[in-house]
Design a binder for this molecule. Structure first.
Ligand code: C2E
Ligand code: MG
Ligand code: MG
Ligand code: MG
Length: 286
C-alpha cells in the first residue's frame, strides 16, 4: 500500500497500474484466506522406473483453485507466498497431507515434497518435519525433500546443516530443476544429496539436438560418479523415453509420457496397479 501511495506522486500514476495493483492485492488476500482455510489441494505425480513397471516415489504438488479465477499455477502463487511470508504454512500443509496420504498407501512408495529456500532457514525446520512424520506415522525413509539450487545461495552452511540432520534421520534429499540455477556445481559434493532431478529443459530437444545429448550424457556420468540417483523430469514422448533408456541416462522418469499429476485417489489406484504390474511380470518369469 505505502509503496504505491507513499511518494505523493499520484500524478504519475496511471489508472491501469492502479487496477493491476488492486488485482494483485486481491489475489494475495484470496491466497492468504485459502491458506488459512486449508483450501489448497495436493496432487501427486509418479516417478517410475525407466521400464515403467514400478512407481518408486510420488511428488506432491500443491494446487490452488481460486473461487472465481479457477486454477492458479504454483509458479504464480508460490513466489507470491514467499514474498508474503506465508510459504512455511503452505509447506507444512503439503508435508502433512503428503505424509498422511503416503502412510495410507499399501505400497511402500516414497513421497517427495518441495521445500522453498525460506523453509530451510526456518528455525527448527528439522523438528517440524520430524514432528509431522511422527504424527502421520510415516517413517522418515519414505520422505524425500526437493530443493532447488537457489536454496543454497543465502546461507549454504546453515542449509547444509539442516540437510545433514534430515539425512541422518533417514530422509532422502533431492536437488530439483538441476542445471537451471546459477550456483556452482561444487554443492554436488559439499552437500549431502541423494538424488538429482534433471530439469526438463535438458531433454526437451534431445531427439534433435546432439549437443543436448552430450550435455545429458555428462550430467548422467557426473551423477553416477558421485553415487547420486538420477530422475529426469518432464519426459513427454516415447522418443525421449527411448533415448533415455538406450543411454541409461536415468534411474527414474517423471513426466507426461507415464503420467501427469493426479489427485490422491487416482494416485492410490495407480500405486496399486504399479504393484500388480511387477507381480505379473515376476510370475511370468517363473
Ligand atoms: P517442480 O518441482 O520442478 O515440479 C515439476 C513440474 O513440472 C510440475 O509443475 C509438473 O506438473 C510439471 N510436469 C511434470 N511432468 C511434465 C511434463 O512431462 N511436461 C511438462 N511440460 N511439465 C511437466 P507444477 O505442478 O505446475 O509445479 C511447478 C513448480 O511449482 C514446481 O516445479 C515447484 O517448483 C513448485 N511447486 C509445486 N508445488 C509446490 C509445493 O508444494 N511447495 C513449493 N515450495 N513449491 C511447489
Ligand atoms: Mg519438484
Ligand atoms: Mg523440477
Ligand atoms: Mg520447478
Amino acid at each position: 500500500d505505502a509503496q504505491v501511495k507513499g511518494k505523493g506522486s499520484l500524478s504519475f500514476f496511471r489508472p491501469e497500474m492502479d487496477a493491476r495493483y488492486v488485482e494483485e492485492q486481491k489475489l494475495r488476500a484470496a491466497l492468504r484466506q485459502a491458506v488459512e482455510d486449508e483450501a489448497l489441494q495436493v496432487v501427486y505425480q509418479p516417478m517410475y522406473t525407466v521400464d515403467g513397471s514400478r512407481i518408486e516415489c510420488m511428488e506432491a504438488l500443491v494446487r490452488w483453485k481460486h473461487p472465481e479465477k479457477g486454477m492458479i499455477a504454483p509458479n504464480v502463487f508460490i513466489p507470491m507466498a514467499e514474498e508474503m511470508g506465508i510459504i512455511s504454512s503452505i509447506t507444512r500443509f503439503v508435508l502433512e497431507r503428503a505424509s498422511r496420504d503416503c502412510a495410507a498407501w499399501e505400497q511402500p512408495a516414497a513421497v517427495s515434497v518441495n521445500l522453498s529456500a525460506h523453509d530451510l532457514l526456518t528455525p527448527d525446520i528439522v523438528g517440524d518435519i520430524l514432528g509431522i512424520l511422527a504424527r502421520t506415522g510415516l517413517p522418515p525413509w519414505r520422505l524425500h525433500v526437493e530443493l532447488t539450487e537457489s536454496c543454497f545461495i543465502d546461507d549454504p552452511a546453515a542449509v547444509s546443516k539442516v540437510l545433514h540432520q534430515l539425512r541422518e534421520k533417514g530422509v532422502t534429499i533431492a536437488i530439483d530443476d538441476f542445471g537451471t540455477g546459477f550456483s556452482s556445481l561444487s554443492y554436488l559434493t559439499s552437500l549431502p544429496l541423494d538424488i538429482v532431478k534433471v530439469d526438463r529443459a535438458f531433454i526437451r530437444d534431445i531427439n534433435h539436438d546432439p549437443r543436448q545429448m552430450k550435455l545429458l550424457k555428462g550430467i548422467a556420468q557426473l551423477s553416477r560418479d558421485l553415487a547420486l540417483r538420477i530422475v529426469i523430469e518432464g519426459v513427454e514422448t516415447q522418443e525421449q523415453l527411448q533415448l533415455i533408456k538406450e543411454n541409461r541416462f536415468a534411474d527414474l522418469i517423471q513426466g507426461y509420457v507415464f503420467a501427469p499429476p493426479v489427485d490422491a485417489e487416482t494416485a492410490t489406484r495407480m500405486l496399486r496397479a504399479s504393484g500388480q504390474a511387477v507381480a505379473v511380470k515376476a510370475s511370468r518369469k517363473r
